[in-house]
Write a protein that binds this ligand. Structure first.
Ligand code: FAD
Length: 492
């Protein structure tokens, strides 16, 4: 175990991408083995010392920020194991929790496999992605991190280690599960609340007869420290093309998305349209990066970025199908940007990344935490949600921009506060938006988690009773409440 205490050298552990200020810790412990994690947690439980786990510190809700105690960094738990094919279409790979997801993706691709989850931020670790159930642009086709985690090794605050494999242990009808650890059996009872059946990262995951592994995916560093994971790999697609379409009327862009979503759902043969990603940028989001992309057409109301994977043999056929649909919306195809090779695809990735990057720069400039929504709603409620948000933003005269995963009806509206007063206004508006999302059957966080910045929104969705159930559940695994303090909810 490497221990750092010199303030100068640990300063950077006090920041993530949330803009939350004031984090501090006595020391940073850099684990080099499972045993290091076991020993540290065991000691911390005995001495009642808070422990906060940090992976890549790219989180946007302050989950990895410590306010006292010890920071446990996974940066040296970064082994990549051997790829084990299960069939010719599926393989598994064991990776250390601190491995960068970008390193995993590159490694498996070089070896003829693909790890599908594709969160935009490449400096995130697999442990962080699992702890937040990250997703990203290609979630439309591939789902979330959860869908590609076959097993995890997790250390609990009492120093016990468990290997939890998918498909082995399930909750009974009372929501109870018993499982083995290195220090004997643990019996837990999951929260009883019902979560909406859409993309969701709010609260501990549960569903009827839940698989044990799913309970620990998305736990935001509060239940245990994930030290390694076995991830699922699939065969990479042969090739892909993508486009960015600029609309002068956003309603047309929404209709376009509906049509593509429906066609993708109905796909029968590989010659049919089936989008890999469908991403949205509103007028203000495009305006924010106008300086970076001066070649963007003038009067814009919205942009849609899409990708479709395919074979080389049906590439032209599928591209033609997309072009026909795009033209049906009155779009001049010469104004559509296409990505037809790897270099152009990388440019698209940068384009998509540029917006959160510019937002984060503004957040740093004004030194006020970002207020960024992460709500998702059922598809038939998306427009109602967008209009509701816009009305609120415009009434309050706040700087705002919206972008994100429209294919999954999951958009990030970002409010940029320039002063503490504006920040309070933004938070109040966010609460109204959260309430509306819940009323429409949605979730208050679909991929970033609750962390330390979104407690009131979690309560809006799960109610006081739901928060109480989470507390009870956490304390059953972390009786001294040392781990990930104040992530998701506060312990009274
Ligand atoms: C520009 C930008 C773009 C982004 N795009 C996306 C996106 O497309 N999709 C998306 O989902 N997110 C996105 N994010 C958010 C962020 O990248 C994710 O939340 C990511 O999963 C965090 O991983 P990390 O390793 O940086 O974790 P950290 O920020 O270090 O930690 C996040 C949480 O996980 C916990 N944690 C970390 N490692 C472990 C572990 N081994 N065991 C237990 N708990 C652990 C921490 O305690 C904390 O609560 C983006 C962020 C930025 C800055």
């Amino acid at each position: 175990m490497l221990i750092k205490t010199n303030t100068e050298f640990i300063q950077h552990y006090f920041e993530d991408s949330s803009g939350v200020l004031g984090a501090y810790a006595e020391k940073v412990a850099i684990a080099e083995s499972n045993k290091d994690v076991i020993d540290l947690l065991q000691d911390a439980t005995k001495t009642n010392t808070p422990v906060t786990v940090v992976g890549g510190a790219t989180g946007v809700t302050g989950g990895c920020l410590a306010f006292g105690g010890i920071i446990l960094s996974t940066e040296r738990l970064n082994n990549i194991g051997v790829i084990k094919p299960i069939t010719d279409k599926k393989a598994v790979l064991k990776v250390g929790a601190g491995t960068f997801v970008s390193d995993i993706k590159n490694y498996v691709l070089k070896n003829g496999w693909m790890y599908p989850p594709d969160p935009t931020e490449k400096n995130a670790t697999i442990g962080g992605n699992i702890a937040t159930n990250a997703s990203g642009g290609r979630g439309f086709k591939y789902g979330t991190t959860r869908d590609y985690i076959n097993a995890v090794e997790i250390v609990f605050p009492d120093g016990s280690l468990a290997y939890i494999k998918r498909g082995i242990i399930f909750a009974n009808n009372n929501n109870e599960i018993t499982f083995q650890t290195s220090k004997g059996d643990k019996k837990i009872k999951l929260p009883d609340y019902k979560l909406p059946n859409i993309k969701n990262a709010t609260g501990y995951f549960n569903y009827k007869n839940a698989d044990l592994i799913d309970v620990f995916i998305g736990n935001e560093g509060t239940l245990g420290v994930i030290v390694s994971a076995e991830i699922v790999l699939i065969q990479p697609f042969e090739t892909l093309f993508g486009g960015i379409i600029f609309f002068d009327d956003r309603k047309k862009s929404w209709d376009f998305v509906k049509e593509i979503r429906n066609l993708s759902k109905k796909q029968i043969s590989e010659n049919d349209i089936n989008a890999l990603s469908i991403e949205y940028f509103d007028r203000n989001a495009l305006e924010l990066i106008k300086k970076d992309y001066p070649m963007m057409p003038g009067d814009l109301d919205a942009g849609i970025l899409f990708e479709q994977d395919c074979k080389k043999t049906n590439y032209d056929l599928l591209l033609d199908k997309w072009i026909k649909i795009i033209e049906n919306y009155g779009i001049d195809i010469n104004n559509v940007w296409f990505a037809t090779n790897e270099k152009e695809q990388e440019e698209f990735r940068k384009f998509r990344h540029k917006i959160p990057e510019r937002v984060n720069e503004l957040v740093k400039k004004y030194k006020i935490p970002k207020v960024g929504t992460d709500i998702a709603v059922p598809h038939n409620k998306l427009e109602e949600m967008i209009y509701f948000c816009e009305d609120k933003f415009n009434q309050a005269k706040l700087m705002h921009l919206t972008f994100g995963h429209i294919g999954e009806s999951h958009l990030h509206a970002n409010l940029i506060a320039k002063s503490k007063e504006e920040y309070e206004k933004c938070r109040n508006i966010y609460l109204e938006i959260a309430k509306k999302a819940v009323e429409l059957g949605g979730t208050v966080s679909a991929e970033h988690g609750i962390g330390k910045t979104k407690h009131p929104f979690a309560e809006t969705m799960l109610g006081k009773k739901g928060i109480e159930e989470m507390r009870r559940f956490k304390l059953s695994l972390d009786s001294s409440n040392i781990l990930g303090q104040n992530n998701i909810f506060k312990i009274k």
